[in-house]
Design a protein around this ligand. Sequence first.
Ligand SMILES: Nc1ncnc2c1ncn2[C@@H]1O[C@H](COP(=O)(O)OP(=O)(O)O)[C@@H](O)[C@H]1O
Ligand SMILES: [Mg+2]
Length: 270
Amino acid sequence: MQVHNTSSTDAAETSRLELAGIGVRFGGIVALDDVCLRVPPGSVVGIMGPNGAGKTTLFNVICGFIRPGSGSMSFDGEPFAPVPHRLAARGVARTLQGLGLFNGLTALENVTAGASGRHRAPFAAGLLGLPPAARSNRQAVADAAALLDEFGIGSYAHALPSALPYPVAKKVALARALISDPTLMLLDEPAGGLDQADIDDLRELIGALPRRAGGTVSVMLVEHNVDLIMSVCDHIVVLDFGRVISQGSPDEIKADPVVAQAYLGDREAS
Ligand SMILES: Nc1ncnc2c1ncn2[C@@H]1O[C@H](COP(=O)(O)OP(=O)(O)O)[C@@H](O)[C@H]1O
Ligand SMILES: [Mg+2]
């Protein structure tokens, strides 16, 4: 699959997602303050920041669970006012912190369930002479099985979540998000609870996400594992107390003393 180099046209390119001046307050707490960022198509953007910095709130705003008090968003150049139950149809998928799998469904059924939100034209069904619902359900099961195979966990297709090793369950959760063919994926601490070998596996998997669908899939990644975020992201945004305190390439973030200071928590001492 070809990944086109957009370095010369980046500035003019339409953003997958753009946030301008986003502000969220919870009573007296400012959870997000004038947050501006852009996520280009086919890129991995990392969101870092100490606990309480506003990372989860940011994802909740993008998913429509929290309506910001100020600011605006656009998606593929159009004004974006997200509604949670219409996100999949809009091309946005999210994995939750932890797993969020349905305990009563097998791995395959969990992934298939992720397809329910996507709305496909019934064109292919018509060609095959099938009623649209039957066609789309059969297609969803086939797509789910293909994703499990792609992730190397096809042998777990008929296992319940309680029987899955944790790293396998994490991949099932990722497959469930991917099956709706999102163009923007939000991953909330995907490395949580994984050991180093599984994190290396995850790094490859996340690094390959943007190359799907012709290289236009964008990923936003909230992650505490600094090695993972530094190695997989094209661009990193650092939040502290709800404000963007730094953003840039992984190397720029590593070299920024403001970031180190936020993480060391020595602001009073300095
Ligand atoms: N529903 C809520 N009600 C009140 N305060 C909240 C709520 N959600 C988050 N906060 C506060 O907003 C700030 C940002 O929280 P959060 O987005 O969860 O941070 P992070 O994910 O970076 O750890 C914190 O001070 C947190 O206590
Ligand atoms: Mg959080």
